[in-house]
Design a protein around this ligand. Structure first.
Ligand SMILES: Nc1ncnc2c1ncn2[C@@H]1O[C@H](COP(=O)(O)OP(=O)(O)OP(=O)(O)O)[C@@H](O)[C@H]1O
Ligand SMILES: [Mg+2]
Length: 339
């Protein structure tokens, strides 16, 4: 299905600029996740007082919850520079070695999608993390030998949407491991308010809450909705996101009062039609999305809101889900692609 993934937490190309423009620069701008922020603040100030680098940090959580933002904040608070790369970009051990040997003391190496590091690269990272040295192979053939190269004491910040795919050995090498959770409505409302301000558009309090309640617990989705509502406000309203502008705009994007989009409705109706639990594969086929999208994007929201259940035999509707599906209209064709 090729509809606008307005509610998907993962970044689309169009989000890159928005992400950077709205990214919180310091802990004071980072809203919510109070426990995690408190922990990091304590560990950072302790490390700074000892004049040591921070322990390696693993950040896990669904797309769009703030892992990349936190990695940059950590680097800033530690007053080091941040070198960012990602698991799939580090193809050979030499790619990683080149980056490691250029890090200064106290710098942060941020590896996004760290669960996608090739095993050979992961192995090099082990000794870098533990002993701050790596073995580099020089020469080939009979004169080949490995040389130990010392590294500056750096901090690795790894981010993953799939913590379960990291080996126990890898996970245990991080001194700190923090999980980001979906945001509550008060935090999302605050994020909506702040983003509207940064995007220079005025917004009513009611509109703030209706946008926040459609954001599926995800700041990136909240930001995307604010940006779309700003367009509606310019064209249909008087430049202000009023309550009617937001209600109309959200409806035009196909988001109903339950916060469902088309994928949600399709998934619930597919389960209802099946009349028995469905596996991930069956659901993905039924709604025309990839399995990973179902697992990372569609399902978490429906699970946490009590519309579906995960059982050993597969996914099934809850009472609430059955109630909705029994009275639901058949799924509309994709809403008029306005944007
Ligand atoms: N706690 C927060 N407070 C305010 N804004 C936030 C917060 N967390 C995330 N955001 C906003 O959401 C956007 C997406 O966050 P970020 O890129 O850090 O997510 P991510 O977890 O790295 O996502 P991905 O898994 O796709 O890489 C940020 O640019 C920022 O604007
Ligand atoms: Mg990220």
């Amino acid at each position: 299905m090729n509809h606008e993934p307005i509610l998907h937490g993962s970044a689309a190309d169009a989000d890159q600029g928005l992400d950077v423009a709205l990214r919180p620069r310091g802990f004071e701008e980072f809203i919510g996740q109070a426990n995690l922020v408190e922990n990091l603040r304590v560990f950072i100030s302790a490390a700074r007082a000892r004049e040591e680098p921070l322990d390696h940090v693993l950040l896990s959580g669904l797309p769009g919850l703030g892992k990349t933002s936190l990695a940059h904040i950590i680097a800033r608070e530690m007053q080091g520079s941040c070198r960012a790369t990602s698991g799939p970009a580090l193809v050979r051990p030499a790619d990683l070695a080149g980056i490691l040997t250029n890090l200064g003391a106290g710098d942060v190496l941020f590896i996004d999608e760290i669960h996608r590091l090739p095993p050979t690269v992961e192995e090099v990272l082990y000794s870098a993390m533990e002993d701050f040295e790596i073995d580099i192979l020089i020469d080939t053939g009979p004169s080949a030998r490995s040389v130990k190269v010392p590294l500056q004491r750096f901090t690795l910040v790894g981010a993953t949407t799939r913590e379960g795919q990291l080996s126990a050995a890898f996970r245990s090498r991080f001194g700190l491991s923090e999980k980001l959770r979906p945001y509550g409505s008060a935090d999302l409302a605050e994020i909506v308010r702040r983003s509207a301000e940064r995007l220079s558009v005025e917004i009513d309090e009611d509109a703030t809450h209706s946008i926040a309640s459609r954001a599926r617990g995800t700041p990136r989705v909240a930001n995307r909705l604010v940006k779309r509502m700003r367009d509606f406000a310019q064209v249909l309203g008087e430049g202000r996101i009023t309550t009617p502008v937001a209600a109309d705009g959200l409806a035009r994007l196909g988001l109903d009062t339950n916060g469902f989009d088309e994928s949600d409705r399709r998934l619930l109706l597919a389960l209802h039609r099946a009349g028995q639990p469905l596996g991930l594969k069956g659901l993905a086929v039924a709604i025309g999305e990839e399995e990973q999208t179902v697992e990372d994007v569609v399902e978490p929201f429906l699970l946490t809101q009590g519309w579906i259940l995960r059982t050993s035999r597969g996914r099934c509707l809850t009472e609430r889900g059955i109630g909705w599906a029994t009275t639901a209209e058949p799924v509309d064709p994709p809403s008029g692609q306005l944007f």
